[in-house]
Design a protein around this ligand. Structure first.
Ligand code: SF4
Length: 438
């Protein structure tokens, strides 16, 4: 992977929202509340399919090459007419994990940021650079894999052919309105397809993208109905049978907790496995109901992906705000799947400064050692970082070791553990791959 020869420049947006670079200062990133210049080997060109955001009410922090200190840029360095500026952040493309968050000082009355992950960004050699790494070589959500006309044409065909399937109609909106890559792949009949099922949830996550209490808008509308077994199987069975590298996944961003609909899941899995043993039937979940997980594993659920912001119970509770379950239930769900010989992933929300802290590393290592998963998906946490640290951790903290050394240490500690970004296809009839070693 290409890296810059020296530190890229600071970038900022002017009053009109144009992005400018300021070579007098270098770029910095943040690890929690600490400002630091990224390591050159941690910098990669901005991946295709990423987006750039202006950060409202937030002034950029650069690196002073002379004093080797962070410095705040308070106004436009050359526009005498309009001095107001803001910081910039990158929302990096799927399959990439962030190493440092965007670097800024929040001004009084600045709005809370919407639910995205904000990665640091700089400019050099006519391109943007971000401190991040490709965490999965799978191309299933790569920008280059989608042709808009093709997506629209094939979606329209399926919507017309399945007017009476409410779930296919719902996925049509996910695909065409929200641009959901999983919904697109369903309509393109390949890779991982989504099976949202639940309008309700037994948690109240701080960063829930389908139902927000905090006043910031949720990223997408939550499904309003529970699909029937027929509607689910009409999607899943042809997909499992025909799609290349097929995975079908309950538990999507546009729903609550699928385990709340375990009876529908159980019956649909039975019918899917009666029809074919191809592909992977996966459940993305908060894993709150271990007895239901046991039932689903018994009828053919191949893999369970458990969403986790932290392995520290207090930080987990502060983020998930469970209504009727506890962290031990989550651990028991891991055991239920492993006792049934099934596959378990952690959908582990990475946020620099917290994830790579000593406390979190120790807690995660204890969890992996005592309730071993097969795989960890390194997902960026989509939330306002300051709001997260204030709410979940609520205390000042020293500079953490860094995401790159943290991951190296975790891999060295658990050489059997797989790492990536997406749900692997763990198809039972093919050579049962224990997991992918990255
Ligand atoms: S478990 Fe999922 S649906 Fe439930 S509150 Fe959390 S993010 Fe939202």
């Amino acid at each position: 992977m290409k890296h810059p020869e020296s530190l890229p420049s600071l970038v900022f947006t002017d009053a009109a929202g144009n992005i400018n670079d300021f070579p007098e200062l270098g770029m910095t990133g943040m690890s929690g509340s600490h400002f630091l210049p990224p390591e050159l080997n941690d910098l990669i060109p901005l991946p295709e399919g990423s987006e750039l955001f202006t950060m409202p009410g937030r002034l950029p922090v650069g690196w002073d090459f002379g004093s080797r200190e962070p410095v705040l840029l308070t106004e436009h360095p050359w526009d005498e007419e309009n001095k107001s500026i803001n910081a910039v952040a990158a929302f990096i493309a799927p399959a990439h994990t962030s190493i440092l968050t965007s670097s800024y000082q929040t001004q009084k009355d600045a709005p809370r940021l919407p639910l995205f992950a904000y990665t640091a960004v700089g400019w050099k050699d006519d391109q943007f650079w971000v401190p991040a790494f490709r965490s999965d070589k799978d191309v299933r959500q790569d920008f280059s894999q989608y042709n808009r006309e093709d997506v629209e044409r094939r979606t329209a065909l399926k919507l017309k052919a399945h007017r009476d399937n409410r779930l296919i109609q719902h996925l049509g909106k996910c695909c065409l309105t929200y641009g959901c890559p999983a919904a697109r792949n369903y309509f393109l009949e390949r890779w991982e397809a989504p099976l949202p099922t639940s309008p309700v949830c037994n948690a109240r996550c701080l960063g829930c993208i389908s139902l927000q209490e905090s006043g910031i808008c949720s990223a997408q509308e939550r499904i309003t109905f529970v699909p029937t077994v027929r509607e689910l199987c009409e999607i899943a069975i042809p997909h499992l049978k025909k799609a290349p590298n097929p995975v079908v996944s309950y538990g999507q961003g546009c729903e609550g907790e699928p385990l709340m609909q375990s009876a529908v899941l159980r019956e649909s899995i039975i019918q899917m496995r009666e029809a074919t043993d191809l592909g992977t039937i996966n459940l993305n979940s908060n894993a709150s109901l271990p007895e239901k997980v046991k039932e689903l594993a018994a009828v053919g659920l191949d893999s369970l992906r458990i969403s986790l912001n932290s392995a520290q119970e207090s930080c987990y509770n502060a983020y998930y705000r469970p209504k009727s379950y506890c962290f031990d239930d989550v651990k028991r769900s891991i055991d239920m799947m492993k006792d049934a010989g099934r596959f378990v992933s952690f959908n582990y929300f990475v946020i620099p400064g917290f994830t790579d802290s000593d406390e979190e590393f120790i807690a995660l290592s204890n969890l992996v050692a005592s309730h071993p998963p097969d795989f960890i998906q390194l997902r960026n946490l989509n939330i306002d970082p300051e709001w997260y640290f204030e709410t979940v951790w609520g205390k000042p903290h020293s500079l953490s070791e860094g995401i790159t050394p943290w991951l190296d240490k975790l891999k060295a500690r658990f050489p059997e553990l797989g790492f990536g970004y997406f749900n692997p296809n763990v198809h039972p009839t093919q050579k049962k791959k224990k997991y992918d070693k990255r």
